[in-house]
Design a protein around this ligand. Structure first.
Ligand SMILES: Cc1cc2nc3c(=O)[nH]c(=O)nc-3n(C[C@H](O)[C@H](O)[C@H](O)COP(=O)(O)OP(=O)(O)OC[C@H]3O[C@@H](n4cnc5c(N)ncnc54)[C@H](O)[C@@H]3O)c2cc1C
Length: 479
């Protein structure tokens, strides 16, 4: 108390948080805001006893906490979570949790799935803990995984609770202390170089402080997390949404709702104030929804164009090639052949099978060309056939806004990667401060890449902290 003579303590609550190891950390807290001081006391006889506070009990925070406690069992590890732990894991992948991606073993190809981070993540990041390490981590702990044809990895149970149960029991067994319903509202550094962490409960007028040697910020896309990073000297790249569907200005699309195209080539052109208009092209499956387009090709375009789409208020044009494997001359040839062969059939009832189209979409194309009614193939001029071929190869749509993809979404932006060391996840701005997960300016396309970023970052940060504290013990013992 004498060390803090200016503070008066009222209604102090002294709470001892024990860990399975011999360490104890003490919180002093008060129901009276401000008239309060808190200190972290250590009753351990071991002078080198150290504390890590992980802010955020999501994928990155829990994985990082477990790893730190595994490397350094004597380290006090607290996870402070403002809501429920692993809540995004629970809802992820439509409740199935797409844990990682099993097809990307090459780091350069793997990094290519991260619109923000694709250059930086090519190096050591995934070597230290990549998708195969993640799969081993879970399977070593009894979680059976399966890889689907597109590379997405899920628990065999098809339930995200399998992943949650595994992480929660591992955290408990290792002695990670999880405190939920409490938010870290500020972090500052003390005169002796530690972190002073202010923790508040939303529901009651309650504040507590804890001192820590290490802090890992794993707050996902929370505004509060960015504020903490900024308080500690970091800059923030403006957060914008990524992974969303496109609203398309075309009322006739409603009739196509539910139609899937196994392979299209889609080019997105955006309307920004910049002189050079950004363009992104993706090839893959596309789905028509009630309001526009969805499916892997659209989600990938939304991710690569996330920043410019935000700048253009989600307005732009989308040029879709519905027959990407055919040259336009071949498309024309198939149409001419069909006309010659089925001259007496109604246009609306038949079309060349080589185009691989569904009937509903063929009708949609015909309506665009005003070829309605009972027209026979014989009455279609060659110019009209050329127009149909052009439309199939270059069908232009107006993007008028962004829709929601419920299975996965993510935020682009956050703490710039240039401000941390990816070998350790330690801040280049403040020593002993670490980051992991979505709080960083890293985001992946859909397919398990976002969780992989969280697992890799958490693992590397946890390892670095564990090694630092182990080194600290060794130094202490050697002295
Ligand atoms: C609906 C949905 C489905 C998804 N599905 C998939 C999928 O199948 N596969 C995939 O790879 N990715 C998926 N994602 C993306 C993935 O969930 C995120 O990329 C991942 O959860 C990021 O992990 P994180 O630990 O960095 O952040 P989060 O999981 O967001 O965890 C951050 C935690 O920090 C807490 N927190 C924030 N601020 C504070 C504070 N000040 N004090 C205390 N606690 C704080 C939050 O409450 C939260 O629990 C999905 C996302 C959504 C929204």
């Amino acid at each position: 108390m004498n060390a803090f003579p200016r503070f008066v303590l009222h209604n102090e609550i002294l709470s001892k948080i024990s860990t399975p190891s011999r360490n104890y950390a003490y919180f002093l807290s008060s129901n009276h805001r401000r008239k309060y001081c808190a200190v972290t006391l250590s009753l351990s006889t071991k002078p080198a006893e150290e504390t890590l506070v992980v802010v955020g009990g999501g994928a990155a925070g829990m994985y990082g906490a477990i790893r730190a406690k595994t490397v350094a069992p004597d380290l006090n590890v607290f996870v402070i979570e403002k809501g429920k732990p692993l809540s995004k894991v629970r809802i992820s992948g439509g409740g199935r949790c797409n844990v990682t991606n099993g097809y990307c073993v090459d780091n350069v190809i793997l990094a290519g799935n991260y619109p923000r981070g694709n250059k930086e993540l090519r190096g050591s990041f995934f070597n230290m803990h990549g998708p195969t390490d993640t799969m081993s981590w879970f399977s070593d702990r009894g979680v059976q995984l399966k890889t689907e044809v597109d590379g997405r990895v899920f628990p065999i149970s098809n339930s995200s609770s399998t992943i949650i149960d595994c992480l929660m029991s591992e955290a408990k067994n290792r002695g990670v202390v999880l405190q939920t319903g409490k938010a870290v509202t500020s972090v500052s550094t003390t005169a002796c170089g530690k972190f002073s962490i202010k923790i508040e409960k939303r529901t009651v007028n309650y504040v507590e402080y804890i001192e820590a040697n290490y802090v890992m910020i794993a707050t996902g896309s929370s505004e509060q997390g960015y504020k903490l990073a900024a308080q500690l000297g970091h800059s923030i790249v403006k957060p914008v949404p990524s992974l969303f569907t496109f609203k398309i200005d075309d009322f006739q699309l409603v009739e196509l709702s539910g139609v899937t195209f196994p392979k299209v080539r889609a080019k997105l052109k955006l309307e920004t104030v910049q002189k050079s208009i950004p363009e992104y092209t993706q090839v893959g499956p596309m789905l028509v929804t009630h309001w526009g387009f969805s499916g892997p090709v659209i989600l990938r375009l939304s991710a690569w164009g996330a920043r410019e789409l935000s700048d253009s208020d989600y307005k732009g044009s989308l040029v879709v090639d519905f027959v990407p494997d055919l040259h336009i001359e071949d498309v024309k040839a198939f149409l001419v052949q069909h006309k010659n062969k089925f001259a007496k059939q109604r246009v609306i009832n038949s079309f060349p099978s080589e185009l691989g189209l569904v009937k509903r979409f063929w009708r949609y194309i015909l309506e665009y060309e005003d070829l309605v009614g009972d027209l026979l193939w014989a009455s279609i001029s060659n110019n009209l056939l050329i127009a149909i071929a052009s439309r199939l190869k270059n069908c232009c749509f107006r993007v008028k806004g962004k829709g929601q993809f419920k299975d996965e979404f993510v935020t682009a932006g956050g703490v710039p990667l240039s401000e941390i060391s990816l070998n350790t996840m330690q801040s280049r701005v403040k020593s002993h401060l670490f980051f992991a997960g979505e709080v960083l300016n890293v985001d992946g396309v859909t397919g398990g890449f976002n969780f992989q970023n969280a697992w890799s970052g958490g693992y590397i940060a946890g390892t670095s902290i564990g090694n630092l504290t182990t080194t600290a013990y060794l130094k202490e013992e050697a002295a």
